[in-house]
Design a protein around this ligand. Structure first.
Ligand SMILES: CC/C=C\C/C=C\C/C=C\C/C=C\C/C=C\C/C=C\CCC(=O)SCCNC(=O)CCNC(=O)[C@H](O)C(C)(C)COP(=O)(O)OP(=O)(O)OC[C@H]1O[C@@H](n2cnc3c(N)ncnc32)[C@H](O)[C@@H]1OP(=O)(O)O
Ligand SMILES: CCCCCCCC/C=C\CCCCCCCC(=O)OC[C@@H](O)COP(=O)(O)O
Length: 391
């Protein structure tokens, strides 16, 4: 292992990265709050400023993936469609299997210049995440509790608000509604069976309501649906902690552009259409597993320097006062101040570690809720208890 790779694994480096991300994030949140008086006066300007501020925070994690971990992304797509990416609004339908799928998504957004304005349909809990969740309020992210009766008014209103958004945006929808795990897959295929739908091998059954409502409310605003399938080469199982440790991954993304006009307006037909799309996605996934690649030509969208420049800028800006403070502390010899500084660094580290924990794949805890819907019990997924003989 080289020196640089060894350094990337050191806690001190992680602490500096987390400190930069967290403190710059809080400053960006503060600047976003300062834009509040501008919203009633010039809403479009306030939105544009928030896109830039959002970019300044989100792109730090993109820089981490591209420059720190050296991850190389590959796109499989039709060259005719390639030239439209980033130049139109789109709904992105993506599989949800990996801990860093959102990070790869952001990286593609950055390569096509839509990172600041990128949006997604996210579970409400994510809106409480310090820094990132708070930033998303100002970026008009759509949050849902995943209870349709409670969600529908706010969901439709949030989509309607995007109709005059001043920047090109991609709206990400994980139709599967949760991350893929074997246990959730079992539950989901039971639902498929009840609904007489073909079983999927690599995906959960898509939840169709959110997709239909998004398509209906964004007609005339969004030009196309990008049907995306993400995979990692050589069965890599990427994690955010791995990225922080400087591990390099190889994501492959297959994108098909589907004009929005070709998607049925009627709810039942639209649902059937989405189920068919997932059956096709399942087939592409199976082919990928067999052959190690997706159909169609490969391209690596060019990496832009802005994420790195922004990251280095924030790091220099925030490391300077930190170093001054440390020197003063050591000179002062005050044990209390030194302890307070160590406690502050530990708090930043714990906070970011907790945020990273929110991105990790959970497999069993949410079975209680999902499985109740299907009259299955948690014990149905757990290994049979071992009976120890005391003889
Ligand atoms: C060129 C490059 C292109 C692209 C680059 C790629 C990406 C970049 C793009 C953007 C990046 C931007 C941001 C990313 C950053 C971070 C965010 C990341 C992730 C956020 C992750 C999440 O939060 S996912 C969770 C939230 N999202 C969703 O849930 C969406 C899917 N769900 C829905 O749409 C639902 O319909 C709903 C939530 C709107 C409502 O759900 P509800 O359950 O209340 O109602 P439904 O009608 O949907 O469901 C009832 C029916 O469901 C049946 N059922 C029951 N159990 C199951 C089951 N286990 N599986 C399937 N179906 C089930 C039930 O029987 C009911 O059926 P009926 O027939 O009776 O209706
Ligand atoms: C310089 C960079 C510093 C690196 C630190 C980066 C820290 C980033 C921390 C948090 C980013 C938050 C992104 C949230 C996206 C998480 C996606 C997610 O949580 O999906 C789960 C969800 O679908 C299913 O949830 P359920 O299991 O159904 O409930």
């Amino acid at each position: 292992m080289g020196l640089v790779q060894w350094l990337k694994g050191q806690f001190l480096c992680h602490l500096v990265i987390c400190y930069g991300f967290f403190v710059s994030g809080l400053l960006i949140n503060l600047l976003q709050i300062c834009t509040l008086p501008l919203w009633p006066i010039n809403k479009q300007l306030a939105r544009r400023i928030n896109c830039k501020l959002g970019y300044s925070l989100t792109s730090q994690s993109v820089a981490l993936l591209e420059w720190w971990s050296g991850t190389e992304i590959t796109l499989y797509t039709d060259p005719e469609n390639y030239r439209l990416y980033g130049k139109e609004n789109a709904i992105v339908v993506l599989n949800h299997n990996f801990e860093i799928d959102f990070l790869c998504g952001w990286t593609f957004c950055d390569r096509f210049g839509v990172l600041g304005a990128s949006k997604c349909l996210a579970k409400k809990e994510l809106s409480y995440l310090p820094v990132i969740g708070w930033m998303w309020y100002f970026l008009e992210m759509v949050f849902i509790k995943r209870k349709w009766e409670e969600d529908k008014r706010n969901f439709v209103q949030s989509l309607q608000n995007l109709r005059d958004y001043p920047e090109n945006f991609w709206f990400l929808l994980h139709c599967e509604g949760t991350r893929f795990t074997e246990e959730k897959h079992l539950v989901s295929m039971e639902v498929a069976e009840k609904k007489s739908l073909p079983k999927l091998k690599h995906h959960l059954l898509p939840r169709t309501k959110g997709f239909w409502v998004a398509v209906q409310n964004l007609r005339g605003t969004v030009a196309a649906v990008y049907c995306c399938t993400l995979n990692f080469r050589n069965n890599e199982t990427p994690t955010l902690l791995g990225v922080l440790n400087g591990e390099k991954y190889h994501p492959d993304l297959y994108v098909r552009r589907i004009p929005l006009e070709s998607i049925p307006e009627d709810e039942a037909e639209c649902s059937a259409w989405l189920h068919k799309l997932y059956q096709e996605k399942d087939k592409f996934q199976e082919d990928y597993n067999q052959t190690g690649c997706f159909p169609g030509p490969k391209v690596t969208p060019p990496c832009r320097p802005w994420a790195l420049i922004n990251w280095l800028g924030w790091t220099c800006l925030l490391l300077y006062p930190l170093c001054l403070l440390l020197v003063q502390l050591v000179n002062s010899g005050s044990i209390l101040s030194i302890l307070a500084t160590v406690a502050f660094c530990a708090a930043v580290s714990v906070c970011v570690r907790w945020m990273i924990g929110q991105t990790e794949v959970k497999s069993r805890d949410d079975l209680f809720t999902t499985s109740t819907k299907c009259n299955l019990q948690l014990k149905d997924f757990l290994p049979a208890p071992k009976h120890h003989s005391h003889d």
